[in-house]
Design a protein around this ligand. Sequence first.
Ligand code: HGY
Ligand code: MN
Ligand code: MN
Length: 421
Amino acid sequence: MINSRLKADLIHSSQYGRNPLCTVSSYQQLSPDNGVSRIAGSLENKKIRNYAVQCMQECGLQISIDSFGNIFGRKEGLFKNIGSVMFGSHLDSVINGGQFDGALGVFTAIDAIRRLNKESFSNKRPLEIVIFTGEEGSAFGTTLLGSSAFTGYLPAEEVLQMKNKEGKTFKETMQEIGYYGIEKKDLGDIAYFIELHIEQGPILYQEKIPIGIVESITGLLWMYITITGEPNHAGTTPMNLRKDALLAASSIIQFLNKEAKKIGDNKGSSTVATVGKLDISPNGINIIPGKVKIGVDIRDKKEDNIHLLKEKMLEKIKQLIEDLKLNIEYDIAISIPPQPLSAEVMESIKVSAEKLGYKYKFINSGATHDAQNMARITKTGMIFLPSINGISHSPLEWTDWEDIEKGAQVLTETLKILAGK
Ligand code: HGY
Ligand code: MN
Ligand code: MN
């Protein structure tokens, strides 16, 4: 039976970003047209942040905020000069997404503190919850933003000056929502990091296994390609005189899909490639498309394959420029290597699941996570929970309450191991 306060937090927070506003407490209540949209810096993002801060204050955590809007909730340990155990996730979402991606890791983290307080667990190491800003990239076009800035993977000033589609900088939006802070963490003070997250894939659900222990996280590259043709009259412009930007974009999209399958097939890897974002202008039915911008998402657990596909894309772009006499520019927004996680933290999660009697499976992550930034600076692990039908980044994303309770127990037990070392 799930702890009622954790369930209440997850139901309460499920309203933020839904329009019309409503909470969702069961899979049956999900509506494909009413997912959550709470992109970094939005009012909805501010509301769920405020709720999480209120919950952290209620359980006695010291709150601080850094200049990237990352929120920290700290519980000091018995020992002072010893590395902390940091844990948490993110609260921003994709557009029209699910209520558990990120939020589950944050509210189970807060509930783990409540559980430890309740059993008067005396943690040797400080315990520190972190809520990273802008994990999804849905507001500023680059994913894992808050943790990339926090770990120095991206230069601080570059992140602070990134602009959203309203032309506001990252810094301005954090100031506007009241989450532009001055806290500076010493990365050397973090001994462990652990993130609980939904699997966002089908394996645990299909195999009816409640706990996933993540071994490695996929590499990822985001590339924006802007094709500039010539807007013109759809009726009077002869076919051979057209500079149709969307035609070129469609050939790039087909090419990407074909080449990804080829690399995936004959290299036995997990190459996946998607164009999920396409902006077209002027976007009129009777106007030949003048400009198209597409967002390309390439992933693989082998970094060579990501770069192989990127190079193929650049060749394709070059060939189209020659053949179609169009202007095509590209920008690599972010490139993140695949990331193995800590055997020590994996072992702690395994011991916890065994102690609680829960089945578990070692698994790789096809989704990216803040944990892959943290794994570059400290010993890091992830706990996965099953996603019904493997669906995520969709309003139909769901995880059963019993699995959430099991995950919260495993997280709490794992924190006891790591904080007691
Ligand atoms: O895109 C991802 O894999 C993550 O959900 N940000
Ligand atoms: Mn996530
Ligand atoms: Mn996500």
